[in-house]
Write a protein that binds this ligand. Structure first.
Ligand code: BV8
Length: 241
């Protein structure tokens, strides 16, 4: 059976990981673990207090690696949709996540870009080399490239920094005929503008969210991601043309 769309781009936000036990960005009413965003998610905040910012990310990395934090059926459904596309010639799929957790990978997603970086990676500010990490890092951690402390930062895109893989994402948005936005409040740019790019290039756009936002999508599907995403994916795969 063919899929009703041949080029699919999916954007996910913190809402897809909420049922896995990871707090969403805005549920913390602008505070994150009792910190203001400016303090912990900007280059200026890091320069002003690197110990505080390292500890903020160390704490979130530690939480992410707890046994009870695991992919939910929404993550699994997107991996299933990616596989269905891979089995059909001239179909393409790209998953763009704003999330810095690794739940999409653990659910089996492969065609995935983390536009805001990853909690389980760190970057040397001198060489720009990126390293996997699962433990804590701090101002005294020595990087493998420079062999000296003080050059490492979380591999995270902070406010005011340019998101990753923007060329790849923009090209995919201009080609897609289906754009899904799942569990995102649409308040952070440039991700919040992806719907417009897809629509301008003729894609059918669908928002799947616990609440219906006012963003101009062709379709709004309301409900918890772990329920509505598998249902929607099955409707695509079992589509009878
Ligand atoms: C950039 C890493 C230039 C940190 C993050 C004024 C106007 C327009 C833009 C700006 C402006 N002033 C400044 C800007 C730019 C700024 C911006 O957009 N600011 C906002 C606050 C106005 N953007 C930037 O600085 C970006 N860089 O613009 O560079 C540029 C651009 C393009 C090309 C070249 C140069 C960089 C932004 C990246 C910031 N870093 N994360 C970290 O994670 O530690 S963003 C942060 O917000 C998280 O990554 C998070 O994912 C992201 C977005 O939030 P959401 O994912 O949407 O999460 P949220 O909590 O908001 O919403 C959750 C949703 O889920 C809700 O809708 C809820 O209803 C739903 N939900 C909850 N539970 C469920 C559910 N849905 C389904 N099921 C459930 N169970």
């Amino acid at each position: 059976m063919s899929l009703p769309y041949r080029s699919i781009v999916v954007l996910t936000g913190a809402g897809i990981s909420a049922e896995s036990g990871i707090q969403t960005f805005r549920a913390a009413d602008g505070l994150w673990e009792n910190h203001r965003i400016e303090e912990v998610a900007t280059p200026e905040g890091f320069a002003a207090n690197p110990v505080l910012v390292h500890n903020f990310y160390n704490q979130r990395r530690y939480q992410l690696l707890q046994n009870h934090i695991r992919p939910n059926p929404a993550h699994t459904a997107l991996a299933k949709l990616e596989y269905a596309c891979s089995q059909r010639p001239d179909h393409e799929f790209l998953l763009v996540t704003q999330n810095v957790d690794n739940l999409h990978e653990r659910a089996g997603s492969e065609h995935l870009v983390h536009m805001h970086g990853e909690l389980l990676k760190m970057r040397c500010m001198v060489t720009e080399l990126v390293f996997d990490i699962r433990d804590s890092i701090n101002v005294d951690t020595v990087c493998q490239c420079c062999q000296q402390p003080g050059n490492l930062r979380p591999h995270i895109v902070w406010f005011g920094e340019i998101p990753l893989a923007m060329n790849q994402i923009t090209a995919a948005l201009q080609r897609c005929d289906l754009f899904l936005a799942i569990g995102t409040s649409g308040q952070v740019y440039p991700a919040a503008g992806f719907n417009d790019i897809a629509r301008q290039h003729g894609a059918h756009t669908v928002e799947l969210n616990l609440q219906t936002t006012t963003a101009p999508f062709d379709q709004h599907i309301r409900g918890p991601a772990s329920q509505v995403v598998p249902q929607f994916v099955d409707s695509l795969i079992n589509h009878t043309s």
